[in-house]
Design a protein around this ligand. Structure first.
Ligand SMILES: C[S@@+](CC[C@H](N)C(=O)[O-])C[C@H]1O[C@@H](n2cnc3c(N)ncnc32)[C@H](O)[C@@H]1O
Length: 201
């Protein structure tokens, strides 16, 4: 693995997760995150996997949550490791932070390290200058792959990418990599990527 410097933002590991049904409004309660938010709970677990270490945060990591559910898709939340404050392991408190971001009618930062934008998947991917990895159960084994940093890793939620989304992603000529022989939850896939990169560093 190349040990190239972080890009000008200090980001070395970037994850993009597509939430096909995830709510784009900040009007949800915190008591039924799996049932009432278009499975925002999946994305909340991705936040934990992307950033949380035992007693530390991964500050070289950035996570984009592409929200495609009603009422006003697309909206994209950007979480920046080196800027984050108030991130705790419990999903309810992170849900409250994301809800605060979604309550903002405009683009911008809603709390330290959490930004909201009105971007869809293709437009977002166009903004990244670095290598793109499409994490997929039917890719090449990541252990056979050369990875240079910074790299952007793209995952889906509990749905596969739609054919239209996949065609757009393939237009960026990504490496399609698999993490192992079994289908995984998205948050677990993020952890395995971090572990693979940690072991190579
Ligand atoms: C729950 S899976 C997606 C749904 C899955 N295809 C299904 O319906 O059984 C969530 C995401 O994690 C990533 N993922 C899961 N297992 C993986 C694996 N073995 N290798 C690479 N990525 C994986 C993929 O990006 C996938 O879209």
């Amino acid at each position: 693995m190349s040990s190239s410097e972080a890009d000008s933002t200090g980001i070395r590991r970037r994850f993009v997760v597509v939430g096909h049904d995830a709510t784009t409004a900040g009007d949800f309660g915190l008591n039924d995150l799996a049932g009432a938010t278009g499975r925002l709970d999946i994305l909340l677990r991705c936040v934990n996997s992307a950033f949380l270490l035992s007693h530390d945060l991964r500050r070289d990591t950035e996570l984009y949550l592409v929200l495609l559910g009603p009422p006003c898709p697309p909206r994209t939340l950007r979480l920046v490791g080196r800027e984050l404050r108030h991130l705790n392991p419990d999903e309810r408190s992170t849900a409250a932070l994301l809800r605060q971001a979604l309550r903002s009618p405009t683009e911008g930062q809603s709390s330290p390290g959490i930004h909201v934008k009105s971007l869809g998947l293709s437009t977002l991917l166009e903004t990244f200058p670095n290598e793109l990895v499409y994490l997929h159960e039917n890719g090449t084994d990541i252990r056979q792959a050369a990875l240079s940093l910074p790299t952007t890793f793209l995952l889906s939620d509990h749905h596969d990418l739609t054919p239209e989304e996949e065609a757009a992603v393939l237009g960026f000529r990504p490496q399609r990599l698999r993490l192992g022989p079994r289908p995984l939850h998205a948050d677990h896939a993020i952890l395995l990527v971090h572990n693979e990169l940690d072991r190579r560093a």
